[in-house]
Ligand binder design. Structure first.
Ligand SMILES: *Cc1c(COP(=O)(O)O)cnc(C)c1O
Length: 398
């Protein structure tokens, strides 16, 4: 069923010269079940985080039925992998032809918008359909997030009431959505956003059918250890329940990262060592965009059979392309005696890692192998109950 037990077994069997992507379906399935069972509303998977058809099918098997898509290519990918899935086109600025194809050919009925222009575009492209669910995206602060999504999209408070009223006129179902930014390190990000939702509803006095709190749910990386996800769910539900429409509305969320971060890691090879700089065969134009461009640290592990006695030292990485930007500062902690020819596993690359590979400079191909072991970090690991207590299984890092 699994290709290999773990990364070390892959290196021992194949000593790969090119990067290898390791796939952990069990980790994505566990994450999806956690959301489906514990988030008190509907969970949509934000496809851009990792559009792999195998992952889409894994999430579907675990109970995720709704998918947040942002381009016509994502619409087609999900539709061909999952003919029954409900697709929600949640990019607030779309091509008219994309809306038309999504509506007429792929059964998409849910669209987001943050301007009157986009509303008109959706109505034209669907020939003034009367079976649309329209979500107005509002702008909220990204204060608690590692990656801001506050500047580009979202209606401003002074524009929102008019837009809600216009969308209400045109829509069968009306929703309000937002995005607090990616890797939100505190549940309070959602509380301040939901306060903006309340203000908008009160000012427009419209009936709202859906509240969509977007993505932003964190994963866990070195130096970025968030509170347990259950705290996010509880905090969101309390704030949602306080809204004047909660008795008749539906709560949605759109996690990307939190569902797939644990799904992939990669194996890379050290091609050169210069002091504490390691030249490896994947980088900024491969799966390590976030490590290069926003200084994200990912967990690393030297893949050698013998136990390593050498002290851990801080290393930085250069990727394979002929470009100074192809540099990952880290620091990445690895044994001091690491050398050319060694292989390293870099963990937690399932979200925005594999998905962002390019072929720049002729690098970027990578084979995929399924492995059975645990991801390097997890927000979903089952913690065995204390001896002597009830046979309860708690889920969470701490
Ligand atoms: C990117 C995106 C998401 C997923 O964000 P994560 O931070 O990965 O959870 C959800 N909704 C929308 C509209 C997005 O653009």
């Amino acid at each position: 069923m699994h290709d290999f037990p773990d990364a070390l077994a892959v290196v021992q069997a194949t000593s790969p010269d090119e990067p290898v992507t390791l796939v952990r379906p069990h980790a994505a399935e566990r994450a999806a079940r956690f959301f489906v069972e514990n988030f008190r509303g509907k969970t949509l998977y934000a496809v851009k985080a990792n559009p792999s058809p195998a992952l889409l099918r894994t999430l579907w098997r675990a109970g995720v039925t709704h998918f947040d898509v942002a381009s016509i290519a994502e619409v087609r990918t999900v539709r061909s992998a999952l003919p029954q899935a409900k697709l929600c086109f949640m990019h607030p600025v779309k091509a008219e032809s994309a809306i038309a194809e999504a509506y007429a050919k792929h059964g998409v009925r849910t669209f987001s918008l943050d301007s009157h222009e986009e509303l008109q575009k959706i109505l034209r492209a669907t020939d003034h359909a009367t079976d649309l669910d329209l979500f107005v995206r509002i702008r909220v602060p990204s204060d608690h997030a590692q990656l801001s999504l506050a500047a580009k999209f979202g209606a401003q408070p002074h524009e929102t009431p008019q837009l809600l009223m216009a969308a209400r006129q045109a829509a069968d179902g009306l929703g309000i959505c937002f995005h607090v930014g990616s890797q939100a390190m505190s549940p309070h990000a959602y509380v301040s956003a939901i306060e903006r939702v309340r203000a908008a509803i009160v000012e427009a006095s419209v009936l709202v059918d859906y509240i969509d709190v977007g993505g932003g749910f964190p994963s866990v990386y070195p130096g970025l250890e968030p509170p347990a996800l259950q705290q996010y769910f509880d905090t969101i539900y309390r704030a949602y329940w306080d809204l004047p429409i909660s008795y008749s509305a539906e709560l949605w969320c759109e996690p990307g990262r939190a569902l797939c971060a644990e799904y992939n890691s990669i194996i890379v090879k050290v091609e050169r060592r210069r002091g504490t700089e390691l030249y490896i065969n994947d980088g900024a134009y491969g799966a390590l965009f976030d490590a290069a461009h926003i200084g994200w640290r990912f967990p690393v592990k030297l893949l050698r059979a013998q136990d390593n006695e050498a002290e851990l030292t801080e290393f930085s990485f250069y990727g394979p392309t002929c470009d100074d930007l192809d540099h990952m500062t880290g620091p990445f902690l690895l044994p001091e005696d690491i050398k050319v020819g060694d292989h390293i596993e870099i963990g937690m690359l399932g979200a925005y890692g594999s998905a962002m590979r390019t072929q720049f400079n002729g690098f970027g191909t990578s084979g995929c192998l399924v492995v059975a072991d645990e991801p390097m970090e997890s927000l979903y690991r089952e913690v065995p109950a204390e001896p002597g207590t009830d046979n309860v299984v708690a889920i969470g890092k701490r």
